[in-house]
Design a protein around this ligand. Structure first.
Ligand SMILES: [Zn+2]
Length: 297
């Protein structure tokens, strides 16, 4: 089966360096931080890190993956990797719409750096998804024909905890219902809610039921799911409400040596098989939908 992973992270050298600086004095250098995290040191050359991911794709017969530039302004770092492997790697950039030059940043990231999607983290950057100042991002996404990824629900950023850094997350901005006005006004923009709403499943379902331009990604271990709710229930309900055309497979893979999280793929295949999902629909979830959203050949 053709697989495209719609949710993985590009934890670049500059990404680690950024946290090394934030941790002010805790680590003598970036290598010491990588060691503390148990990570293989990412190459300083982003093309080499991109190649590392392409090798991983080959190992598991993945066709492509979406890689997130996982801090502000890290798209600069990701772009050379995308340019080196245009048929295998796809990039999304993170933006804070409250940044003074947000529109220029978005325009530059789409048109010069070749990013194919934009990511918003309302709880981290403290804004509501439908407020006026975010519209410029939706407008740029509309021009670029790019999806907008919006993280709602729980947001744990493990590195903040590991380094004892103050957690910037404010969950009052984390309600998927905040997306309603934007989804209505920007009906030609496709919105992606990761991890089935990450603990705000009911609200995410409500938004997706109302707006056909709202998608879910299935990524991560989905540890927000607590008994009696199971991953199977979550998939079943999502299939009922969104249909197989609006679910995007993802793993949330991020660092080496762990690499691509095949365990998550296997689990999702198993759940879909147990629900009797047809082969045609699995093809959509594991590759077809994201290919359609991004206009991939
Ligand atoms: Zn993620």
């Amino acid at each position: 089966m053709k697989i495209i992973d719609a949710h993985t992270h590009f934890f670049s050298y500059t990404w680690l360096e950024h946290f090394c600086q934030l941790a002010a004095g805790q680590f003598s250098n970036v290598e010491a931080l990588a060691e503390k995290l148990g990570w293989e040191m990412p190459s300083k050359d982003p093309v080499e890190l991109g190649e590392r991911w392409v090798q991983e794709q080959d190992k598991f017969e993945l066709k492509r993956q979406v890689l997130f530039a996982s801090k502000l302004n890290d798209a600069e770092e990701l772009a050379p990797a995308l340019n080196a492997f245009p048929d295998r790697l796809i990039g999304y950039f993170m933006i804070d719409p409250k940044q003074e030059d947000a529109r220029n940043q978005a325009h530059y990231s789409f048109n010069i750096l070749g990013m194919r999607g934009v990511m918003l983290f309302p709880a981290m950057h403290h804004f509501h998804a439908s407020e006026e100042k975010v519209h410029l991002i939706y407008e740029e996404a509309l021009y670029a024909e790019a999806p907008v990824f919006v993280h709602f629900g729980q947001l744990s950023i493990p590195i903040f905890q590991k380094l004892g850094l103050p957690d910037p997350v404010d969950l009052k901005y984390s309600n998927p219902l905040d997306l309603r006005e934007a989804a209505a006004e920007f009906s030609d923009v496709n919105f992606i809610i990761p991890h089935f709403g990450c603990g705000r499943f009911e609200e995410a379902l409500n938004v997706a039921a109302e707006f056909k331009n709202v998608y879910f990604d299935t990524s991560s271990s989905n540890s927000w799911i607590q008994l009696p709710l199971t991953l199977k229930d979550v998939f079943k309900k999502s299939l009922q409400v969104l249909g197989p055309e609006r679910l995007l497979f993802g793993t949330d893979s991020s660092f080496f040596p762990r690499g691509w999280r095949k365990d998550i793929f296997d689990k999702q295949v198993q759940v879909l098989d147990s629900l009797g999902v047809r082969k045609r629909d699995k093809k959509l979830i594991f590759a077809g939908n994201i290919a359609r959203l991004l206009g991939l050949k």
